[in-house]
Design a protein around this ligand. Structure first.
Ligand code: DON
Length: 328
């Protein structure tokens, strides 16, 4: 008997998102980040979940258009930009792809005198130093164009968060000078750090993160605008390193339990990617001790479990859980 496909999965997905939003909205554990003073102003109860498919459909529940700063989620795209601009080998001469097992702002380098990976600050500051352009303005415009292309709308910088981080980011300054000391930053450290602080302060929403994730899931082409923002080769490198290193010192546990590439930021965002299928964007600024959004982790964990999203899941072989349900 022939199997037929019917598009009943959309309703199912939206219901699942509503249920998870309700379930995890009652979690009031975790703290808003305060080490960047401006981040402390976030409303701890804001909570949004969005899912974008590779055909451009977007499903949203809760505060999905509230803006917050992208923070470390930009690291995934900066790594893609570095690979795209300089080629993988040149980037890997400066940055490793090993999980560090350390906090995101660790001052440690590998024995080879390079950062462990591009998802922690040392690696991302090195990537930032590799952005090309005639001056700082051109470089930040290039970064903004990449992030905006992935989100499908013009993104802007939150100047207050940028200033706040620049004024208080002494640990990142220490990392910058450590990198300079081992010749991983060619230009002025302060200029590279300024660019790093700006890129962390780009405003996004949970909806944006879902579309940015779907752009990676869609091999680098934004599924809503149809615009290619990264090549397939760099997307593969980005997703590989997100899978092993994207969730700070929780990365191993995440890969084991949730099993999808993801990147989090200390303002409370998480972007997760189901290859060739969809992007997930969550926003809730209540963080755990490692700097990951607690509700975001729980939503992704439940979604992965319920929908069989883990990369090594064998109960959903070859089918898209959203678009296809089979009967007869
Ligand atoms: O460097 C910082 O402290 C922040 N701008 C970014 C922190 C963040 O999201 C965690 N990173 N891995």
């Amino acid at each position: 008997m022939t199997k037929k496909v019917k598009p009943s999965g959309q309703k199912h997905l939206l219901q699942a998102l509503e249920r998870l939003h309700h379930k995890h909205g009652s979690c009031h554990e975790g703290e808003v980040a305060t080490y960047i003073p401006e981040l402390a102003k976030a409303n701890p109860d804001h909570f949004g979940i969005a899912v974008a498919e590779v055909d451009g459909e977007v499903y949203e529940v809760g505060e999905t258009s509230s803006e917050f700063t992208i923070q470390s989620i930009s690291k995934a795209f900066l790594f893609g930009l570095a690979v795209e601009t300089h080629g993988r080998d040149a980037v890997l001469k400066r940055i490793g792809v090993e999980p560090s097992g350390e906090a995101f702002n660790s001052l440690e380098l590998r024995s080879s005198r390079k950062p462990f990976n591009p998802m922690i600050n040392a690696g991302a500051i090195t990537d930032t130093g590799m952005v090309t352009g005639r001056n700082s303005q051109e470089k930040i415009e290039k970064i903004l164009a990449l992030l905006s292309g992935a989100a499908g709308r013009d993104l802007r910088i939150d100047k207050a968060v940028y200033r706040s981080e620049k004024e208080t980011g002494h640990r990142n300054r220490a990392i910058g000078y450590l990198l300079k000391n081992v010749d991983l930053i060619d230009g002025e450290v302060e200029e590279v750090l300024d660019l790093y602080f700006q890129q962390c302060s780009v405003l996004v929403s949970a909806r944006d993160l879902a579309i940015m994730g779907a752009t990676l899931a869609n091999l680098g082409t934004n599924p809503v605008t149809g615009k290619e923002v990264l090549s397939f080769d760099s997307v593969r490198d980005v997703l590989s390193v997100m899978f092993t290193c994207g969730m700070y010192d929780f990365a191993g546990e995440w890969a084991f339990r949730v099993g999808i590439p993801a990147k989090s930021g200390v303002a409370g965002g998480i972007m997760a990617v189901i290859n060739r299928q969809l992007g997930i964007g969550t926003y809730s600024p209540r963080l755990d001790s490692m700097g990951n959004s607690l509700r975001g982790i729980r939503v992704c964990t439940d979604l992965a479990e319920e929908m069989g999203l883990h990369v090594f899941n064998f109960t959903n072989v070859g089918s898209s859980f959203i678009k296809a349900t089979f009967d007869q």
